[in-house]
Design a binder for this molecule. Structure first.
Ligand code: SF4
Length: 333
């Protein structure tokens, strides 16, 4: 029997999940549970790299993110769902990796170069410079084989793989080299056709109420050239039509495509149609979130158990690491 291949992924605590987060990451995480043992965490230490001056919202953002992850189908029975800062082994391994990582490897990371070129020195910190090391520690402390990422993030994982090779070269094969697990995720536009992002204020929450979905869909950008009801539209350049592709069945997509091009359906009617489809498709997720909100302690119970599972595996790894680096002292055991 081959040993299981662990999957590791995390997100900064950004509160309630929006449809961009869902289709871009969380849905894939849920599906991966069928294939591998998974470790998913809230990266609250990473949140501090940028938000160190005001960490007051981190606890709330953590709760809301995890409540939505579970509502979306993350299964606490199978998967370790945990909080990074509760597993001190990430920090110990980060420190040990900092001993062996050449400074130029960190200085050449594009985001670090960008920050150093800016006038604003908020992010010109030791923590920010070291964040690729903390990310590496996050992954390898679970000896993860796979990290689900988009193709555009491949370079981020490469530095982790280089550090693992350097570590293994010095101290023996302690860590597997983490492999990217590429998944095609659809690009989810926001209400205004830019990328869906909280910073653009153009999001729809995964667990938004039916009334909120109706109101938000009404504000969605459509084909900008379709000015009058009797003008034929072009779904290919319509922002709203992208949402039909995510939520509607094939027959509906084909019908709307045809009726739009022949001006048989108006945008207002199409918005009403889409809103009802989205409300229906998202119903089970929304209802699960309502059950969680009726008993919020459930989320903390899940995280406590997830922390325990994560800590167990991370502790095993650090024992191997300390032994390999000759900093385990039998005299102290
Ligand atoms: S009818 Fe629908 S697909 Fe056509 S332009 Fe309007 S919103 Fe877009």
């Amino acid at each position: 029997m081959t040993s299981p291949k662990y999957v590791l992924s995390g997100l900064k605590p950004t509160g309630r999940v929006h449809l961009g987060n869902y289709f871009g990451a969380v849905k894939n995480w849920v599906e991966l549970q069928e294939l591998h043992p998974c470790y998913y965490f809230v990266a609250d230490w990473h949140a501090l790299t940028a938000n160190y001056a005001d960490p007051s919202s981190i606890r709330d953002l953590t709760f809301n993110a995890v409540a939505d992850w579970i509502s979306a189908g993350m299964d606490p029975q199978r998967t370790a769902i945990f909080v990074q800062s509760e597993i001190k082994e990430h920090a110990e391994l980060h420190l040990l990796l900092s001993m062996i990582t050449p400074l130029p490897w960190l200085e050449r990371v594009p985001t670090v170069k960008d920050i150093q070129a800016q006038d604003d020195d908020t992010l010109n910190t030791y923590g920010f410079l070291g964040y690729p090391l903390l990310q590496t520690a996050d992954i390898i402390v679970y000896r993860a084989a796979y990290v689900p990422i988009g193709v555009d993030q491949a370079a981020h994982l490469e530095i982790s793989r280089e550090i693992v090779r350097r570590f293994n070269n010095f101290y023996g094969d302690v860590f597997p080299e983490p492999q990217p697990l590429f998944t095609a995720t659809p690009k989810v536009p926001g209400l205004d056709a830019r990328k869906m992002s909280k910073s653009y204020n153009n999001t729809i929450g995964l667990t938004a109420s039916a009334d909120d979905i109706r109101a938000l869909v009404m504000t969605m950008f459509t084909d900008p050239n379709r000015l009058r009801r009797k003008d034929p539209g072009n779904p290919d350049i319509c922002n709203l039509f992208q949402f039909h592709k995510l939520f509607s069945d094939d027959a509906t997509i084909a019908r709307v495509d045809h009726e739009c091009r022949t001006a048989q359906i108006g945008c207002v009617d199409d918005k009403k149609l889409l809103a009802e489809i989205m409300i229906e498709q998202l119903r089970p997720i929304r209802e699960k979130r309502e059950r969680i909100d009726a008993d919020p302690s459930y989320v903390w119970d899940v995280l406590r158990e997830g922390n325990r599972k994560a800590r167990e595996r991370a502790a095993e790894t650090l024992e191997k690491v300390r032994a390999a680096m000759k900093i385990d002292y039998p005299e102290f055991r």
